[in-house]
Design a protein around this ligand. Structure first.
Ligand SMILES: [Mn+2]
Length: 295
């Protein structure tokens, strides 16, 4: 990976890694160590995906902006810092791949996209066991997660261009689920993915959120994966996708969709077992990076 500075000129459309570890006390316990663990796990992989166009060396080098220094305590200040960094990357034509950190980073990155490219139309695809808002929202505070509701409320992304995939039963409130459904958000339960198969599920989701081929913003909360495969996450929830299913889902999706940006969040290394979650997160990141080699 090649480190890039804040003011470097970036190749147009290049994916750029940016870590967003929350300051102590922000986000789920341990997730401040997520970006470092993911980068470390990346070193264990080769750059070659098994097909001529899936060779990461075609990217030249993977650009890494390093970690943002997020302020401690107040979540709104952290979000603003993420928004400003993302806006800077987007306005330089780069595509941020944000490593979390808490799931709130999605909200910051999307705010940065909206600020730098207000006319850009994107579809939102979130892989998550949760709708990330189990309690009634208090509008004066920013709760854990909640990137979609605030984004939907901002009017930047329409419900019909948004999907949440991998949702678990008994993990979300009825009120919020119904609100999301009424907003037109496509809610895909983990059982749907199991029934349809991961490949077909990816095709269905893409047809629903981006029938016009608009770029996709992809957010992966690692708790979408079953704790057997990904125990190192703050809100692990049984009955999730297998490693195989999420890789198949992603590779199918990314062969058909253009990415505007992405994030991989909620990696909590202290809860991990044998680095299996870090390694899976790195593997998913490689799948994302490989999609940029296919042009
Ligand atoms: Mn979650």
């Amino acid at each position: 990976m090649q480190a890039v500075s804040l003011d470097a000129a970036l190749p147009d459309g290049a994916p750029v890694l940016v870590g967003a570890p929350p300051a102590r006390g922000g986000g789920s316990p341990g997730c401040e160590r997520g970006p470092a663990a993911l980068r470390e796990a990346l070193k264990g992989f080769s750059t070659y995906g098994g097909e001529p166009e899936g060779d990461l060396r075609l990217l030249g080098s993977v650009l890494d902006w390093g970690d943002l220094e997020l302020p401690s305590g107040a979540a709104p200040q952290s979000l603003m810092a993420i928004r400003d960094a993302a806006a800077k990357l987007f306005s330089q034509g780069a595509r941020p791949i944000c490593l979390g950190g808490a799931h709130t980073v999605t909200q910051g990155v999307l705010a940065g996209l909206a600020a730098s490219k207000p006319m850009q139309q994107v579809a939102l695809l979130i892989l998550d066991a949760h709708l990330d808002e189990r309690e009634e929202e208090d509008s004066s505070t920013i709760t854990r997660g909640a990137p979609f509701s605030s984004t939907l409320r901002s009017g930047f992304a329409r419900g019909s261009q948004t999907a949440v995939v991998g949702l678990r039963p008994f993990a979300n409130s009825r009120m919020f689920t119904e609100w999301m459904r009424e907003s037109g958000v496509h809610l895909i339960m983990v059982d749907d993915v199991a029934r349809w198969g991961a490949e077909h599920a990816a095709q269905v989701v893409l047809e629903r959120v981006a029938p016009d081929g608009r770029p996709l913003y992809l957010s992966i909360d690692l708790d979408v994966v079953d704790p057997a495969y990904a125990p190192g996450t703050g809100h692990a929830c049984p009955g999730g996708l297998s490693s195989r299913e999420i890789i198949t889902f992603l590779s199918t999706l990314l062969r058909r969709a253009e990415l505007a940006g992405a994030d991989i969040v909620e990696l909590a290394p202290p809860l991990d077992i044998g680095e299996r979650t870090s390694k899976l997160a790195a593997r998913l990141l490689l799948e994302i990076l490989a999609s940029f080699t296919r042009g």
